[in-house]
Write a protein that binds this ligand. Structure first.
Ligand code: BES
Ligand code: MN
Ligand code: MN
Length: 462
């Protein structure tokens, strides 16, 4: 495979313009008010896949948001790569913290992106990264170098749990048959430290509601004499971690796979600067489970976090009130071999058992998914490694990520294939937050590296 560099240089502006077009569509899956934009984004992905050289492209209806499927089959004897990505994005809130409107992409330089970065919701997660694959396909078809078959499956519900994708995969096993799944929806360590994501954490997401008295009460007339649901909920939540910052739910760690000292030493070789980490987040000390490093805490160890908590009076000034209800949203990031439904049950049983009789608790399960690890001695990993070596002149570091793409474990179960996670974003690209961005350099480097993966994967498959 010839280097895509000259082609990319020639078409750079168009590659950026076409991505801008997609970024302008507010395809927010969490908010049903954006249903039309979801459809518009799916149609736009379809048009781009057609232009890039797919022979068959369809927008597939599901019970939820449509899935865009495209393929180019050149020879059924050759291997098939299935590219997965998502066109839906997180809500842009809080809007006032954006320096420019989230759906009006602009290019600005930053310290880590001296060549400029595209600021827009979805620029990195995942429209920008998904678009690299479409442009890489365009390069290969335009220059007659596509070495194998390719299928695309781009969904619109990743940010809300991929329910329809599960439905779609179960009904289309044959259509989706492949030799390897390729995803760019994660990150890499730094522009000069390429890495391949070899693991994702699982997830269990729950919501709890604590009810005390049947109505809001005057906190003077009743204070001290009734159970305040907010007092109780915060106490219950506080008890979920012990003095070593370990999670106290009985059985929670039972199936956690502990890494060997050798594996942990290997992990420790990845560059990490504690002082810079603290400076970046403006914190005076790092924090977490005793006995583990920061990189271990956010990847090979599970975590439990409150994502939102509310109740009572939060308006201006003071209101003396004991609320009837208190709420919290809680996520648990899981690691192999924790099963997300087992963990969810353990949480439920435990949380109910620590609820004082003076209040009632209701637990709602939102969504979840299993963790994933990919072996580094596989054909797919070796092909990815060679691709990075070619375009970065460096061997990529295998790195387990703390984020979740729950559908990856399901792919393995249903489609019986491994996934290679070639992410080109940086942690500092602030996905899900205001001012999300994606480096132009990263965008183009992705387009350059992906065709090399096609080449080496086909070559090694022989
Ligand atoms: N692309 C992210 C996941 C990610 C980002 C993994 C960076 C590794 C590195 C994905 O879109 C995402 O946000 N996933 C959610 C889970 C989903 C079920 C809402 C997450 O991790 O919170
Ligand atoms: Mn994503
Ligand atoms: Mn996301």
């Amino acid at each position: 495979m010839k280097s895509a560099k000259p082609y990319i240089q020639e078409n750079k502006q168009r590659f950026i313009d076409e991505l801008f077009h997609l970024l302008k569509i507010p395809s927010i899956s969490a908010d049903s008010a954006y249903k039309d934009d979801i459809i518009k984004a799916a149609e736009t992905v379809k048009e781009n896949l057609e232009k890039a050289g797919c022979d068959k492209v369809e927008v597939c209806e599901t019970p939820g948001n449509p899935i865009v499927y495209g393929e180019k089959i050149i020879d059924t004897n050759l291997p098939t790569i299935l590219v997965y990505g998502h066109y839906d994005v997180q809500p842009p809130d809080p809007l006032d913290l954006w320096d420019s409107p989230p759906f009006e992409p602009v290019i600005k330089k930053t310290a880590i992106h001296p060549e400029g970065a595209i600021f827009a919701r979805g620029s990195c997660d995942d429209k920008g990264q998904m678009f690299m694959h479409i442009k890489a396909l365009e390069y290969m078809t335009q220059t007659n170098q596509l070495p194998c078959n390719v299928k695309f499956m781009i969904e619109g519900e990743e940010e809300v749990g991929s329910e329809s994708l599960e439905w779609f995969v179960a009904r289309n096993l044959e259509k989706l048959a492949n030799d390897i799944i390729l995803i760019s929806d994660t990150g890499m360590i730094a522009p000069d430290v390429p890495s391949i994501t070899t693991g994702l954490r699982g997830l269990s997401y729950v919501e709890v509601e604590v009810t005390g008295p049947n109505r809001d009460l005057h906190s003077g007339l009743y204070g001290g004499a009734v159970a305040n649901p907010i007092n109780i909920l915060t106490k219950m939540i506080a008890s979920l971690h012990d003095e070593n910052n370990q999670i106290t739910i009985p059985g929670f760690y039972d199936s956690v796979i502990e890494l060997t000292d050798k594996e942990r030493d290997k992990m420790g070789e990845a560059p990490f600067n504690k002082e810079e980490y603290k400076k970046d987040l403006d914190i005076d000390e790092i924090y977490g489970e005793k006995g583990y490093t920061t990189n271990e805490r956010n990847s090979i160890r599970p975590a439990l976090d409150v994502n939102g908590i509310w109740g009572g009076y939060i308006g201006e000034g003071a209101k003396t009130v004991i609320a009837s209800k208190a709420y919290a949203k809680i996520s648990m990031r899981l690691v192999p071999d924790q099963d997300w439904s087992t963990i969810t049950e353990l949480f439920k049983t435990h949380f109910e058992s620590i609820t004082p009789k003076a209040v009632k608790v209701k637990i709602t399960i939102h969504h979840g998914g299993q963790a994933y690890v990919t072996p580094i001695d596989s054909l797919g990993y070796r092909a990815a490694e060679k691709a990075y070596e070619k375009t970065f002149n460096k061997t990529p570091i295998p790195q387990r990520s703390g984020g979740s793409i729950p559908i990856v474990a399901l792919f393995e179960k249903q489609l019986k294939s491994k996934t290679i996670l070639m992410g080109f974003g940086l942690d500092s690209d602030v996905i899900h937050s205001p001012n999300e961005h994606f480096g132009i350099w990263n965008y183009l480097k992705g387009i350059e590296t992906i065709p090399q993966f096609y080449h080496y994967f086909t070559e090694l498959s022989n």
